[in-house]
Design a protein around this ligand. Structure first.
Ligand code: SF4
Length: 388
């Protein structure tokens, strides 16, 4: 805990496990929990497993042992994010409906930074909410309707690798799109590990279980959201299908993989060269954004079409809520774990996830449609502190 590092014990890590326990003990509450992509390759470390070892099935089982009513997976809504954000990218590229480059917005630490230091780039931000916020919104609407549960009685919790996600759940009024607070509490990977230990659950010996349906199934594209370059790769897999009508022969987009702090490349989609850039670790972000801003001020073509930014080095696999002691060696192992989870997935692209097709058919209609805009998209506010 942080308190262990504070010489006078005055600084404590915010621990909200008590809120989740109170909801579980409340007979009126139907408790639904989602787990983020990066949690599955790190939580096991608290129980003697190797970094990168995939413990998804054990985490689902542990959550049920804690008394959770519905166990969902943020990877499902990562697929949903791709349907919305990929469609947005395709529209910007083919119909000129928004600013180029499109910049990813699923990292709340990054969106907060951009609102303060690059507010002129708000039009470039994807309006798609983060997977966590989409999952919360559909849990209290689509899932509630299907199961005939009053959304007022649903308690929606999220297990995240990230401390900034605790801030995101009340970031703006769009975080209440269901008519209630879409996500009620965020626990970090470390908090869940502590809770599992405190409840005496023998995590290592748990048998794998499956997530609940219909908002629990995920594709390989959804799971690589936890890795730097993963959101872009997932979006490109679906953008290719949306633009060409054809599936990629090889779904791995190696041009966007790697661990360098800034990566640039070109991806060919049906003869169109899509210029991409990836930055992770906040120190690396300004380099890319300043290139975009300079080109705009000179009236030149934007240097990129699509940019992915993650505040943490390596992406969410080394987020501030993950087990302590994240070295580059640990990062590489967790990254390898998520790529393995992708390879082992029967479905590798978000648009092929059958539960994604189901939610559009039964509830949302189409990507970027009216209901999607109400529940799955957000906006940003300039809050400049400093401007060059
Ligand atoms: Fe959170 Fe870091 Fe992931 Fe951003 S990159 S969402 S700050 S864990």
């Amino acid at each position: 805990q942080c308190s262990a590092h504070c010489p006078v014990g005055a600084i404590f890590e915010k621990d909200e496990t008590g809120k989740l326990l109170a909801a579980i003990r409340d007979p009126e509450k139907h408790v639904a929990v989602q787990i983020a992509p990066a949690v599955r390759v790190a939580l096991g470390e608290a129980f003697g497993m190797e970094p990168g070892e995939i413990s998804t099935g054990k985490i689902y089982a542990a959550l049920r042992k804690l008394g959770i009513d519905a166990v969902f997976d943020t990877n499902f809504s990562a697929d949903l994010t791709i349907m919305e954000e990929g469609s947005e990218l395709v529209q910007r590229l083919t119909k000129g409906t928004g600013a180029i480059p499109q910049i990813t917005s699923c990292c709340p630490a990054w969106t907060d930074f951009m609102e303060k230091y690059y507010p002129d780039m708000i039009p470039n931000f994807s309006t798609a909410k983060s997977p966590m916020m989409m999952q919360g919104a559909i849990t209290k609407t689509y899932y509630a309707e299907k199961k005939k549960i009053d959304p007022a009685n649903i308690y929606s919790a999220a297990i995240m690798p990230c401390t900034a996600k605790k801030y995101e759940i009340t970031r703006c009024e769009k975080m209440y799109s269901s008519g209630y607070q879409d996500v009620d509490v965020v626990l970090t990977t470390r908090e869940l590990a502590r809770l599992i230990k405190a409840m005496g659950i023998d995590f290592a010996s748990l048998k794998d279980e499956k997530a609940d349906s219909p908002i629990g199934a995920y594709s390989g594209a959804g799971t690589i959201f936890g890795v730097t370059g993963g959101v872009m790769e997932a979006a490109l897999r679906t953008a290719h299908k949306l633009i060409t009508g054809k599936e990629l022969e090889k779904v791995e987009v190696n041009e966007v993989r790697g661990v360098e702090g800034v990566r640039k490349g070109e991806v060919d989609i049906d003869g169109k060269k899509v210029k991409v850039a990836i930055a992770h670790g906040m120190a690396n972000v300004s380099q890319i954004l300043d290139e975009v801003r300079d080109a705009r001020e000179k009236g030149e073509e934007p240097p990129y079409h699509f940019i992915e930014v993650m505040a943490c080095r390596g992406g969410c696999i080394s987020g501030g809520g993950q087990p302590y002691g994240t070295t580059d060696e640990v990062r590489k192992k967790r990254i390898a774990g998520l790529y393995k989870d992708d390879v082992n997935s029967a479905v590798r692209c978000s648009h092929e996830n059958p539960e994604i097709s189901q939610i559009y058919k039964e509830f949302l209609g189409e990507p970027l449609g009216h209901k999607s805009h109400e529940l799955l998209h957000t906006g940003y506010t300039p809050r400049p502190l400093y401007r060059k």
